[in-house]
Design a protein around this ligand. Structure first.
Ligand code: ACO
Length: 323
């Protein structure tokens, strides 16, 4: 069968770093509370000129450079985002234009924090079908623009950024036969809309709106759902937690990450954590974490890497990748 092999990875973070101490100056919170409940210490916050597409273009350029490719090599762009520059056109076509690319197809995909897992699964299926050869799979977000900066229960949790990987279709014959996206498992259940949503949009208030969350409910749902889809990925491939080299979960909260890894029997030293430095960057968090772990030499070719996420909807999912 055709496999989608990871050929490159890249990311980009806004210039401005905001610490918990900075947040203490305008909301009733403390560095200690935020670290204890979430593990977050700093996050990057976009300036006005750092829109989602701008971050996405820079992450895409970094991934292309990492792969030794140019936009001419790409024929598909899938961008996961819930914070597009405009209602339309898609952020993906803006990234396409920003790369100087006028061929191929580009579209956005919206599954909130699970967006990158959905995007990997979608691009993998495009490549497996034979319709496309090389996909830029991007997660890019500026959640700072949909936060109520007076609501301490949400504004301390999120950050901005973008990450990208390049997937290339390769026939399952030959040396790289066991590499690539081995399986993916996507779930959603729209009954949970009110647990985590943005209270605006063209069909409601006609404004952008701000993020609303019942944190405790999300937390409770997160650990169970995420462990279910990770087990689905293990079952589908006949692998176990022991076989994993790296567990790269959506970075929402350190407590959710460690509780999930613990429940799955994944050793703490295999868990990649960037939430301390990035906060929750929604669909960008996994590719940002993948890039960090590739750059510092942790993720190497041949490693078995599990990605998973849960987000608004609810949506949740996993993908198992042989790097
Ligand atoms: N600083 C100080 N105190 C605060 C803050 C803050 N930033 N926010 C809330 N508090 C207070 C509350 O008002 C409450 O005070 P009270 O007891 O006087 O009423 C107290 O702290 C405890 O609040 P809880 O909400 O019960 O705190 P909890 O331990 O549940 O932690 C948190 C809150 C961190 C939001 C947690 O529920 C959580 O992490 N949930 C998951 C959220 C998440 O990860 N969402 C994203 C996942 S999906 C996605 O990525 C889109």
């Amino acid at each position: 069968r055709t496999r989608s092999i990871v050929r490159g990875v890249g990311s980009y973070l806004p210039r401005r770093v905001v610490s918990n101490r900075d947040l203490e100056k305008f909301v009733e919170t403390s560095h200690e509370w935020i670290v204890q409940r979430t593990g977050i210490e700093t996050r990057h916050i976009a300036a006005d000129d750092e829109t989602t597409s701008v971050l996405g273009i820079k992450a895409a350029e970094a991934a292309l450079a990492n792969a030794g490719m140019t936009p001419a090599d790409i024929d598909l762009i899938v961008c996961a985002t819930s914070t597009p520059d405009y209602t339309f056109p898609s952020t993906a076509t803006m990234i396409q234009a920003g790369l100087g690319m006028h061929h191929g197809a580009a579209f956005d995909l919206q599954a909130v924090c699970t967006g990158f897992v959905y995007a990997v699964a979608t691009a993998d299926k495009f490549l497996a079908s034979g319709s496309h050869k090389r996909a830029l799979v991007i997660g890019a977000e500026t959640f700072s623009r949909i936060l109520d900066w007076e609501d301490r229960t949400t504004c301390v949790l999120f950050g901005d950024g973008a990450g990208a990987i390049i997937l290339e279709a390769q026939e399952g014959e030959g040396t790289s036969a066991d590499r690539g996206v081995l399986t993916s498992h996507l779930r959603s259940d729209g009954r949970y809309r009110e647990k985590l949503y943005v209270d605006g949009g063209p069909g409601s208030t006609k404004t952008t709106g701000v993020l609303k969350m019942e944190g405790k409910e999300v937390f409770r749902f997160a650990v169970g759902s995420v462990t279910d889809v990770v087990r689905d990925a293990f079952d589908a491939t006949g692998t176990t937690a022991e076989d994993l080299a790296w567990f790269v979960p959506h970075q929402a909260n350190k407590r959710i990450i460690t509780a999930s890894a613990d429940k799955l029997g994944i050793a703490p030293e295999k868990v990649v954590i960037t939430v301390d430095r990035h906060g929750n960057t929604s669909a960008a968090s996994i590719p940002l974490a993948l890039d960090a772990a590739c750059k510092d030499g942790r993720i190497k070719q041949g490693d078995l890497v599990m990605i998973e996420a849960i987000g608004g909807g609810f949506t949740w999912g996993s993908a198992l990748i042989r790097w």
